[in-house]
Design a protein around this ligand. Structure first.
Ligand code: MG
Length: 249
């Protein structure tokens, strides 16, 4: 039975030095920005990802843009997922190339929301992520969420970073497309943030880290486990849980 394993990356499987907690010796670094490690994982997590990639359809599902995803040195681990979901579902990479059919489908779905430039003007930002959504820095303008909701957009704010996305732009929609193409019978998922809730909800089973924003927001589901560890340890636990989930029950 084929299983599709769709996972968020940042703060789920890889952690910045700031989010990592205790950093053990031999930790693997997949990305550095401005001299700071921004994507760490333990050798055990790395080994488990290689095993996942061999034994299932492992599909990274991230809000990172394509360029940000490509900055991660996944090939260093010896893994090259056939499918990867970027831009929170806006881009489906197939063998590293954006899939035109999926992009056309996304454009159709997003036509129900107000156009991006209108939202960009309200936000006072022109920083779009692969043309799919907007990222702004600083405090969230008053009434932004309600204003966006009226226009078919939603807001996810964390620290000084505000993501504003069309309601229809979801990881779960892109992962459903991969599931259709691969014919995978089961879907396992992992994620830590409110933008992962739809993916976890759509999965047959999933796992979220106990130190994630989604957990902190009170999100729970009977079919979604919670790690006991935090930071890099949670990453190890999630990878192990997903591997165990590949075994027939
Ligand atoms: Mg995340």
């Amino acid at each position: 039975m084929t299983t599709l394993v769709a996972t968020d990356l940042d703060r789920t499987l890889v952690h910045s030095a700031r989010a990592a907690g205790t950093v053990p010796d031999g930790v693997v670094c997949l990305e550095r920005r401005g001299g700071v490690a921004t994507a760490l994982l333990t050798p055990r997590t790395a080994q488990r990802l290689v095993a996942l990639d061999r034994r299932a359809w492992w599909v990274p599902a991230t809000t990172r843009t394509v360029a940000e995803y490509e900055r991660l040195a996944l090939p260093r681990l010896g893994v090259a997922p056939r499918y990867a979901v970027c831009a929170n579902g806006g881009v489906l990479l197939v063998d590293g190339v954006p899939d035109a059919a999926w992009s056309a489908e996304v454009a159709r779905r997003l036509a129900r929301s107000a156009p991006l430039p209108e939202i960009a003007r309200r936000l006072g930002t022109s920083r779009d992520a692969d043309g799919c959504f907007l990222v702004a820095r600083g405090a969230q303008p008053d009434g932004l969420a309600a204003w966006c909701a009226e226009r078919g957009w939603r807001v996810d704010a964390h620290r000084d970073k505000v993501h504003v996305l069309p309601v229809a732009l979801t990881k779960s929609a892109a992962v459903a497309e991969v599931r259709r193409r691969t014919g995978a019978a089961r879907l396992l998922a992992a994620g830590d943030s409110p933008l992962d809730a739809d993916l976890l909800a759509a999965a047959d089973a999933g796992i979220q880290p106990v130190d994630g924003r989604l957990y902190a927001a009170g999100w729970r589901a009977d079919h979604v486990a919670v790690t006991s560890g935090r930071g890099l340890a949670a990453g190890e636990e999630i990878a192990a849980w997903l591997l165990r989930g590949l075994r027939p029950r």
